[in-house]
Write a protein that binds this ligand. Structure first.
Ligand code: PEP
Ligand code: MG
Length: 579
């Protein structure tokens, strides 16, 4: 009988291949007493392991294709730096000598001591850096015990076409495995917002995380089907299932080829309504993918990625250089730069707030709240965005607004910076549009307030759904409750669109819902005229737009919005998509 293992699909596509299990979890080690006269030999063994670990990491660094995003390769550099640090190179040597113990045990003692220090840190980002220490320690441990199961210890051909199953994968391992030709991967732990997940998406690699599968469920060499779109791994499948998935795979490839033809055609419905189809980007490299897919511009540039994976903060000039690079790459297309959405799961190194760790970080000092509390952090970004607006059509967008007070404070600060730049004679666009994200239910319920004071609104459904349905978006135990079709979510979206229509303020949607072609007609029928989607989803959404007549959608959408019966809502969505 076939076995279906569910997880969180973090990319699209189907992969069929043989399982290759990778033992990447923590290494078990035992304590052994070393006779005094052999202690220096043990120290030499430890130092050799450190040298080998460095060679392995350098080899990975060299093997990674140039197109790999810089923030991913920085992880490998961080691990290399750790291998130079005395906390891992000198402290274990002292422990071997003091305790007359084996190198593996000394390293474990040092790791545990570091874990205690990291645990006490207030800064959530710094605390997550313990993961990096663990990855480096596990690498040295494996070398010491002579293990060879790590990705980099194996030849390229072993991985070609394989579906890698692991406890977890670091971004470095993911990049290397991609280079070695794997078809996809499945991990037991991990969430859809990890850097490994982001890398898999940008590499277009089918992958599922958070499966909690146990080792006996799939064995090395088993043929499995990985359906990343559905977030499932199918094992022990019948020949007929394999055939049907191979057909789906071929259809998908054909479809990707066909969609390419839509790149230069406009996103206009068949009854003549023009839709703005923009792209979401995280890294400068994504801008190329957005332009390649024929985006009308960038509807969401997530700037917080600039602040992550580093121990210092980017100053105004560094931020300006980055924003200008993106503005120039767009050659006159508009860009919406979102001010940093840091806090919650997206911590940053120099937080320095020194405050207690929030019990519920997603409900704490995040995004605009953090920025208003810490204007020293915010001002350089606002100055850099305003200065970048001198060179192209830039819009500024504020995330996670929830009240009038917060909005007014943010607008006053922006006005103050405009004056400051003016006094300095710095160039900027005095009419740069300022918009806000509607991603907190309170903001959706009072959307008219925001529509009156802002130049545009953008609905962030990822957070709007999280906060409306009370489901932590990074907790895989409640992923099953994530439902864009929940009547409460749909009503909030409609309120925002109506507020925009009433005050003639453009309303966009930049959450993942906008990039899911199953919802395109529903959103068109609700009156949405601007979509901002991941570059990989752009042509699929455009295809649906071009095949839709809004005048035919509206009556079905009205019925759907009037319903609170999930079965009826789902049937009406089916009917809408079949029109
Ligand atoms: C959202 O919340 O929908 C959104 C686009 O912002 P982010 O996913 O970066 O929180
Ligand atoms: Mg958000």
């Amino acid at each position: 009988m076939s076995l279906t293992i569910s997880g969180v699909g973090i990319s699209r596509g189907i992969a069929i291949g043989r399982v290759h299990r990778l033992e990447t979890s923590a290494v078990e080690v035992d304590a052994t007493t070393i006779p005094k006269q052999l202690v220096e030999d043990e120290v030499a063994r430890f130092r050799r392991a450190i040298r080998t670990a460095r060679q392995q990491l350098k080899a990975i660094r060299n093997a990674i294709p140039e197109s790999t995003p810089a923030d991913i390769t920085e992880f490998i550099d961080t691990h290399l730096l750790m291998l130079e640090d005395t906390m891992l190179t000198v402290a274990p040597v002292e422990l071997i000598r003091q305790n007359l113990c084996n190198a593996e045990w000394a390293l474990k003692m040092q790791r545990d001591a570091l874990a205690r220090v990291f645990d006490e840190m207030d800064d959530p980002y710094l605390r997550t850096r313990m993961d990096d220490v663990d990855h480096v320690v596990a690498r040295i441990q494996r070398i010491l015990i002579g293990g060879s199961s790590h990705a980099d210890a194996q030849s390229d051909d072993q991985f070609r076409g394989a579906i890698v199953v692991a406890h977890d994968l670091t971004p470095a391992e993911t990049a290397l495995l991609h280079h070695q030709g794997i078809a996809g991967f499945v991990t037991e732990s991990g969430g859809p917002l990890s850097h490994t997940a982001i890398l898999a998406r940008s590499l277009g690699m089918p992958a599922i995380v958070g499966t909690h599968l146990t080792s006996h469920q799939v064995r090395d060499g088993d043929t499995v089907i990985l359906d990343a779109g559905r977030g499932v791994l199918l094992a022990d499948v019948a020949e007929s299932t394999l055939k049907s998935y191979r057909r789906k795979q071929r259809e998908r490839q054909k479809r990707v080829g066909e969609l390419d033809r839509l790149k230069s055609s406009p996103a206009v419905t068949s009854d003549g309504i023009s839709i703005r189809l923009l792209a979401n980007v995280e890294l400068e490299e994504d801008v190329r993918a957005a332009c390649h897919a024929g985006a009308d511009g960038i509807g969401l540039y997530r700037t917080e990625f600039l602040f992550m994976n580093r121990s210092d903060l980017p100053d105004e000039e560094e931020q300006l250089a980055q924003y200008l690079a993106v503005v120039r790459a767009l050659r006159g297309l508009p860009i919406t730069i979102r001010t940093m959405d840091l806090g919650a799961d997206k911590g940053y190194a120099a937080d320095g707030s020194g405050e207690r760790l929030a019990t519920n970080p997603a409900l704490s000092l995040r995004a605009i709240r953090l920025c208003l509390r810490n204007t020293e952090l915010f001002r350089p970004q606002l100055r850099a965005i305003l200065r970048a607006s001198a060179e192209g059509p830039v819009r500024l967008m504020i995330p996670m607004l929830s009240s009038a007070g917060e909005l007014n404070e943010a607008l006053e600060l922006i006005e103050d910076i405009r004056q400051e730049l003016d006094n300095e004679g710095a160039a900027f666009d005095p009419d740069m549009p300022i918009g806000g994200m509607i991603e907190v239910p309170a903001a959706a319920l009072s959307a008219t307030l925001f529509a009156r004071k802002l130049d545009f609104l953008s609905i962030g459904t990822n957070d709007l759904i999280q906060y409306t349905l009370a489901i932590d978006r990074v907790d895989d135990s409640v992923t099953y409750l994530y439902d864009p079709l929940h009547p409460a979510v749909l009503r909030l979206i409609r309120m925002v669109i109506e507020a925009g229509q009433h005050y003639q303020v453009p309303v966009s949607m930049c959450g993942e819902m906008a990039g899911d072609p199953r919802y395109t007609r529903l959103l068109l029928g609700m009156g949405l005229e601007e979509f901002s989607v991941p570059p990989t989803a752009l042509l699929e959404v455009k295809d649906v737009i071009q095949r839709s007549r809004i005048c035919r959608l509206t009556p079905v959408v009205n019925d759907l919005l009037a319903s609170d019966d999930p079965a009826e809502i789902s049937a009406l969505l089916g009917a809408l998509n079949a029109l």
